[in-house]
Design a protein around this ligand. Structure first.
Ligand code: SF4
Length: 301
């Protein structure tokens, strides 16, 4: 049997924002054992976390074709929990008008970005916000005010002012953001820049970039398809010149054929990926055991 050397890229497991959001949800259930509790969207981007919360009788409503404001129409009673990705002020207002109890599990780093942007709007700036359309964190910001303009690529809007403030979603690529900052600087030489990539995203991407030149044949990124920081880790693997990039949610999605020529494999995970899933993958590769594995949902939270 061919032995594969597995490098566990650090850090792994939940970031501080995800840990906080999960503990807020659990504390809310403990405090209100009989209340209907509904999450306005996925608390964090991981389907197993969603399933584990269902075991706590916390329901998630999600619909990728609806904004969070529209989704709120589906909650008519009890407690609504706002997710780690943050929430626009008009959603809070609408929830209160509906008579719902509000619990806010927004990550403090997202809240910080929102506050900086709100201050800059008050100071008369136009905001160029680099983020992903329909991602809940970006949506909570680009729906906030007409002075916020979403930037997704090198297409930069023409604004009738030099008073421009540039910032970004917390989970963008440290590599891409510098390229976009350069392009915006050319269009608006007097623009102010504020890089808001959070530390959890930054250190995970840097750890993958540091793999360059270490003879890694494949990078496995463990995380949910909807997780932006997971996707950015995969792209960072390409920037680190790692020949094969594989993104999976759990061991059962791993195709052993993808590793048939690999001798050295690195494994990393998104900031909302339960450590259990990553460890399960590492053990399976080390033991060359690609049989079906059960995912014990109770161990996820
Ligand atoms: S990835 Fe960053 S912004 Fe997102 S929840 Fe974690 S710490 Fe907060």
């Amino acid at each position: 049997m061919k032995q594969i050397q597995v490098i566990e890229v650090q850090p792994q497991g939940y970031c501080g924002g995800v840990l906080k959001a999960i503990s807020i949800a659990k504390e809310t259930r403990a405090k209100y054992p009989l209340e209907t509790i509904t999450l306005l969207g996925n608390l964090v981007h991981n389907k197993y976390v969603k399933q584990a919360l269902e075991l706590e009788n916390i329901k998630t409503i999600e619909n990728k074709n609806k904004t969070r404001l529209e989704l709120l129409d589906e909650i008519d009673q009890g407690i609504v929990i706002f997710t780690a990705h943050g929430v626009a002020p008009n959603i809070k207002e609408k929830a209160l008008k509906k008579g719902l109890k509000i619990v806010d599990a927004s990550c403090p780093f997202v809240v910080q970005t929102q506050k900086i942007i709100q201050q800059k709007i008050q100071d008369g700036y136009e905001i160029l916000y680099i983020g992903k359309y329909k991602h809940p964190e970006a949506e909570s910001i680009y729906t906030m005010d007409e002075h916020v303009h979403l930037i997704q690529d090198q297409t930069i809007p023409k604004l009738d002012t030099e008073k421009v403030f540039v910032t970004n979603q917390t989970t963008m690529s440290i590599y891409d953001i510098q390229e976009l900052f350069r392009a915006i600087k050319q269009a608006y030489p007097k623009a102010e820049f504020h890089d808001e990539i959070c530390n959890a995203t930054r250190v995970r991407q840097q750890a993958v970039l540091d793999l360059q030149g270490q003879g890694i044949d494949a990078l496995i990124v463990v995380g949910d398809p909807t997780s932006n920081n997971t996707q950015k880790l995969l792209e960072t693997g390409q920037q680190a010149q790692i020949p094969i990039g594989i993104k999976i949610q759990d061991i059962n999605e791993l195709d052993p054929n993808d590793l048939k020529d690999a001798k050295k494999v690195a494994v990393t995970s998104g900031a909302s990926t339960p450590t259990f899933l990553t460890k399960q993958i590492i053990r399976a590769i080390e033991n060359q055991d690609y049989s079906h594995h059960d995912i014990p949902i109770k161990q996820i939270l």
